[in-house]
Structure formats: structure tokens, C-alpha cells
Design a protein around this ligand. Structure first.
Ligand code: SAH
Length: 325
């Protein structure tokens, strides 16, 4: 039994069944606080860890918006859940070349990942939540695989689904057609969009999910690059759910921001020049040409990350809409 599993058993014995939301929140807080889960030796691999091209294209999209917005000097780079800092490092290289050296602000809860981020981007400032970001200056924001890690609630026939103990094992208390909501995700998107509407700027939200709200159970667990049961080894596996981008877009509009997309990740990367960039990189390092093409295919192909992953942009009413959406 994992240490967290023992604590969950004790809690359910004392309090009764806990909501899926409390379960996911407890598991992911422990999971991210105790390890770096990324990469081949970890549990899952994200787009920026596959290729530098991903972060470069994010950087180019943000820099292009900044230029078309009139190059405000006080713009800052903001990343939510920056992992190892790889995306930020790649994006900032391109942003710097476009003429901006922005202060860097990371929203990150994990002390382990903060250490990795410090190695990649030593000049960064760290924050616990979006509310702690500086209150003036336009924001150039990216969040890749951040929203999917925030806890969700599940309801079956209008009744909240919980995790209980049956015969000494964790089990769901009901099954059926599941409707998911995420107050934590809604709150994060609201806080971000209010800031963007007031301070100016743009955000690229990239995650796997769907463009239209629909019922369905999308909670999943990944460990060592395989899907595993959600209730197995709590705290030792990554719990995520699909992002409902229709809901994110509605929340953004309510908070006074404008929305572009969502677009599927593959076509978005193609429109922003990933094929040309992969050729330049392959010509510069011919011995790596095969690896570069494989990374491009993994990011773009519909049967890999190209379709399931979506990109949604949010921008201040006075800011331009990012290219490629
Ligand atoms: N964006 C990175 C990492 C994705 S993993 C990449 O693409 O590689 C999810 C990231 O979000 C991790 O950095 C994790 O520590 C962070 N995170 C998860 N829940 C969080 C929360 N509630 N507040 C702040 N950061 C969180």
C-alpha cells in the first residue's frame, strides 16, 4: 500500500466516502510534490519534451502578437505549470530574438519541478497561484498540460460520484453516465482572463480535450507511459481529465476576454511553420534528421498528438488574435 493510500483509507473511515474532486486533488498534490514525472524515465512525455520546435512555435506566436500590439515594453512572459522549464527556455529564445527580454513569471506548486525550472530559466519568479502575478503590464501566457491536472467533479444522474472503501479497497460509489465539471479549472481560467482583459496580453492554452461540451468519463491515470486504473496506487500516478474547451471559451468570454480557436494542435503547428522549421534543423544537423522528422510527426499526426490536443487562445479586447487559429 502506498503512503497516500493508507492516508486515504484512514480519511474515508473517519469522514465517509470522498468526492472524486477531493481524491484527484489529494493524489495530484502528492504526486507532483514528490517527483519530476516527465520524460522517458518518468510517467509521461509532453510536447516541449519531444522537440524544441514546440516551444519555439509558442514563442513565435506570442512574439508576433506582442509586435502587432505595438511592442509594449512592460510585457511579461508567464507560464502555468512549466514542468522542467523546457518550453519556457525554447520560447524565450525566440521572443528575445524578436526584440523583447521579458521578466519571467512561473505559477508552479511543485518544489521538485521548481528546482528543474530554476536550472532552465534562472531569472524566473515563482508564484503559488495566478492571483499572485504582478498586477500591471501585459501578459504573454502559455499553459501546456496544466488545466488537465486540475481536479474535476463527476456526477451520475445529478448525484456526485465519490470514492469509498469496499472490502478494504478503494472503489467508486456509483457508475452510469458521467457528467464532469471542474470548479478549480473554471476558477483558474476566470482569474487568468480577468488579468488579460484588464492588463492586456494573450494566452495560449494547450491541452488534450474536446471542442464541444459532452457527457463522458475522461478521468484517467498514467504511470510509466501506460494507462492504469484511476484508483490504483494513489499518488504514484498522474491523474488527468480532458479539458472541455467549450466551457473554457464561455468562461473566458464572461471574464471579458476574447477567444480564438480551439484548433487541433497538428494543423496549428503546421500553419505556424513546423515543417519549415524541421527542415532547417535537419539541414543544420543531418545526423539528427530522422529524429527531428519523428518528433514533428509525433506532435502533428492525427493518430498521435495532432488531433486530441487542442490550442485555444485568449486575448484582451485591444490585443490582436494570435496567428494560426
Ligand atoms: N507544462 C509542462 C508540464 C506539464 S505537467 C510541460 O508541458 O512539460 C503539469 C504541470 O503543472 C507541472 O509543472 C505541475 O507541477 C503543475 N501543476 C499541477 N497542478 C498545479 C497547481 N494546482 N498549481 C500550480 N501548478 C500545478
Amino acid at each position: 500500500m502506498t503512503p497516500l493510500e493508507r492516508a486515504l483509507h484512514d480519511r474515508i473511515r473517519a469522514e465517509g466516502p470522498i468526492t472524486v474532486e477531493a481524491y484527484m486533488e489529494t493524489c495530484n498534490s502528492y504526486y507532483y510534490a514528490t517527483r519530476d514525472p516527465l520524460g522517458a524515465a518518468g510517467d509521461f512525455t509532453t510536447a516541449p519534451e519531444i522537440s524544441q520546435m514546440f516551444g519555439e512555435i509558442v514563442g513565435a506566436a506570442l512574439a508576433d502578437c506582442w509586435q502587432r500590439a505595438g511592442k509594449p515594453e512592460d510585457a511579461m512572459y508567464v507560464e502555468l505549470g512549466p514542468g522542467r522549464g523546457t518550453l519556457a527556455r525554447d520560447a524565450l529564445r525566440v521572443i528575445t530574438r524578436a526584440g523583447l527580454r521579458p521578466p519571467v513569471h512561473f505559477v508552479e506548486s511543485s518544489p521538485v519541478l521548481r528546482q528543474a525550472q530554476e536550472l532552465a530559466v534562472p531569472q524566473a519568479h515563482w508564484h503559488e497561484s495566478i492571483c499572485d502575478l504582478p498586477a500591471s503590464g501585459p501578459l504573454l501566457v502559455v499553459a501546456n498540460e496544466f488545466l488537465d491536472a486540475l481536479p474535476i467533479r463527476q456526477h451520475v444522474g445529478g448525484v456526485e460520484r465519490r470514492v469509498e472503501l469496499i472490502g478494504g479497497h478503494l472503489a467508486f460509489d456509483r457508475d452510469g453516465e458521467i457528467v464532469e465539471t471542474s470548479p478549480a479549472r473554471d476558477a483558474a481560467v476566470t482569474a487568468l482572463c480577468r488579468r488579460i482583459a484588464e492588463q492586456g496580453g494573450v494566452a495560449l492554452l494547450i491541452d488534450y480535450g474536446h471542442g464541444r461540451s459532452a457527457p463522458g468519463d475522461t478521468l484517467q491515470a498514467v504511470r510509466a507511459h501506460r494507462f492504469v486504473s484511476v484508483l490504483e496506487s494513489p499518488g504514484e500516478q498522474d491523474l488527468t481529465s480532458h479539458v472541455d474547451f467549450q466551457r473554457v471559451a464561455e468562461i473566458a468570454a464572461q471574464a471579458g476576454a476574447e477567444v480564438a480557436g480551439p484548433s487541433e494542435q497538428g494543423p496549428w503547428l503546421e500553419r505556424l511553420g513546423i515543417t519549415a522549421r524541421s527542415r532547417v534543423l535537419a539541414n543544420a544537423t543531418p545526423e539528427r534528421a530522422g529524429e527531428i522528422e519523428a518528433a514533428r510527426a509525433r506532435l502533428c499526426r492525427p493518430d498521435q498528438m495532432g488531433s486530441l490536443f487542442k490550442v485555444l487562445a485568449i486575448h484582451a479586447p485591444k490585443w490582436p488574435s494570435p496567428a494560426g487559429l
